[in-house]
Design a binder for this molecule. Structure first.
Ligand code: UN1
Length: 494
């Protein structure tokens, strides 16, 4: 299969003709597709196309823009299985999760299609008689959307759909590992009948395509989901080039299990939160903070359950845990295991690359539980982005919340308790953008704000109506129908 850039309504190769490859992480011998290795010249063409299209797209009534998004939602339903199967092969996540990823895109489509009929502004009384005041939302212009490989459909949809319904045009720069999924998704936008130039796709490396987008004077906003390190660099560049920037970055999410918790429920949550998507979610559970009274029992339950997880190809319906996305991720996770051992953590299960049988040609890492982890260890502080969870013992609730908060990240969090007072205390005191009570750290829904505090972001939220604040400017409009000059702060005080 050959993927191409999509610029001004045309599918074209990189100007240089250079290509890159996308391979199956469960069996790297399988080539999924080649895709363009674009450079600054390709970005120039995409920006010119998006700027031109913006002149008319911003004038299309928002409800009509919403109808295009609705159509994309219908097409996603129609192609859900094909897209999910492709995602499973290209990125490795189990097929049920891949279907969920596409479903998240569908949910997003119908939510933001409806937003086309709202996009509420505000009216506010003026200080002066015969004067009307209101604030309305206006689009920004051209949005560069730089997306990761862990949610190849959902995250591009989170960004593209609100951007478009607000009247912006977009340039999608997807992760190299999931180029084929991005190609498929953009094709659906084309099929929905969006005018040429409203959606553009530029494949390639972050160091070239991403950088060119950040530097380009024709780009008004950059929205990025990825690591905190890259996010800091993007934020700094966008500060220099005066672009609005929305950053959704790393996490070091914890699940607390108190002595009064429903342990079976907490177990299911912990397994799903830590090992779902092989731990490759920014919302993944990477610390389990356990009350000492239940720690031994809960650890035994965890070990029993983890030992039964089936690793395999994502397309196999019996697979619980798929491969990591590429060799680099496999090395990164292996490195963290070395660090953990050298710091004195104890590997209770897993801790190794798996090569047996059908796993031989893939990037598989065994689901791993680390014990004897103290809050100062690197494995308790740094984002691993793999199937590794650290157990930390506590004696009381306040200590659990303090350790949960003792991180430079602040995305997701979870507390299992039957005590309603503790639940509300957790809701108030946890420093994170998302808190689940009696649910795992993963599984955010698209119609609620998504994002985090501290190094997890830069204060913006995606998803829900909060995303409208990312993709619009407020314009304040005063209409004076008194027929005379009314001087604010002067005439109305006399
Ligand atoms: C991410 O990992 O970047 O809440 C997003 C969840 C998903 C989204 C994760 N709905 O786990």
């Amino acid at each position: 299969m050959t993927c191409l850039n999509y610029i001004n309504g045309e599918w074209i190769p990189a100007q240089s003709g250079a290509t890159l490859e996308s391979r199956n992480p469960a069996d790297w011998r399988e080539l999924i597709a080649t895709f363009p290795r674009s450079e600054a010249g390709d970005v120039d063409a995409a920006v010119a196309s998006a700027r031109q299209a913006y002149r008319t797209w911003r004038l299309v009534p928002a409800p009509a823009r919403g109808e295009f998004i609705h159509k994309v939602g219908e097409l996603l339903i129609q192609h859900k299985e094909t897209l999910a199967q492709l995602m499973s092969r290209e990125m490795g996540k189990p097929i049920a999760e891949a279907r969920g990823d596409v479903q998240e895109g569908i949910d997003c489509a119908f939510y933001y299609a409806g937003e086309g009929r709202r996009l509420f502004g505000q009216t506010t009384p003026s200080e002066m008689p015969n004067k009307f005041a209101m604030s309305v939302r206006t689009p920004l212009g051209v949005c560069a959307l730089i997306t990761p490989w862990n949610f190849p459909v959902a995250i591009p949809c989170w960004k593209m759909m609100p951007a478009l319904v607000c009247g912006n045009t977009v340039i999608l720069k997807p992760a190299k590992d999931t180029s084929t999924c991005a190609n498929f998704l953009v094709w659906l936008f084309q099929e929905a009948g969006l005018p040429p130039g409203v959606v553009n796709l530029v494949h390639g490396a972050g160091e070239t395509v991403g950088k060119a987008l950040l530097e380009h004077p024709g780009v008004d906003l950059v929205s990025f989901t990825g690591s905190s390190k890259t996010g800091a660099e993007i934020g700094a560049t966008c500060g220099r080039t005066h672009k609005r920037v929305c950053l959704e970055l790393g996490g070091k999410n914890a699940q607390v299990v108190m002595e009064d918790a429903d342990l079976e429920l907490a177990l299911e949550g912990a397994i799903w939160g830590a090992f779902g998507t092989s731990g490759q979610r920014c919302t993944a559970t990477s610390r389990l903070i356990l009350h000492r009274d239940i720690k031994d029992k809960f650890t035994a339950m965890l070990l029993e359950h983890t030992s039964k997880l089936r690793l395999g190809h994502g397309n196999d319906p019996n697979t619980d845990v798929g491969p990591l996305v590429n060799q680099g991720q496999l090395q990164r996770v292996s490195h963290y295991l070395e660090v953990a051992r050298s710091e004195g953590a104890k590997v209770l299960i897993g801790g190794e690359i798996l090569k047996d049988g059908e796993l031989h040609h893939g990037f598989f890492f065994a689901p791993t539980i680390l014990d004897k982890v103290t809050p100062d260890m690197r494995v308790a502080r740094e984002e691993i982005f793999g199937p590794v969870v650290a157990l930390i013992e506590v004696s009381e609730f306040e200590e659990a919340i303090a350790i949960l908060n003792d991180t430079s990240y602040g995305l997701s969090s979870s507390v299992y308790t039957r005590d309603v007072n503790r639940a509300f205390q957790a809701m108030r005191d946890i420093e994170a953008g998302i808190t689940y009570i009696n649910g795992p750290t993963i599984g955010a829904e698209v119609h609620l704000p998504f994002g985090g505090v501290k190094q997890t972001g830069n204060g913006h939220r995606e998803a829900g109506s909060a995303a409208l604040d990312v993709f619009t400017e407020w314009k304040t409009v005063y209409v004076d129908f008194s027929g005379k000059l009314q001087r604010a702060q002067i005439d109305n005080r006399e």
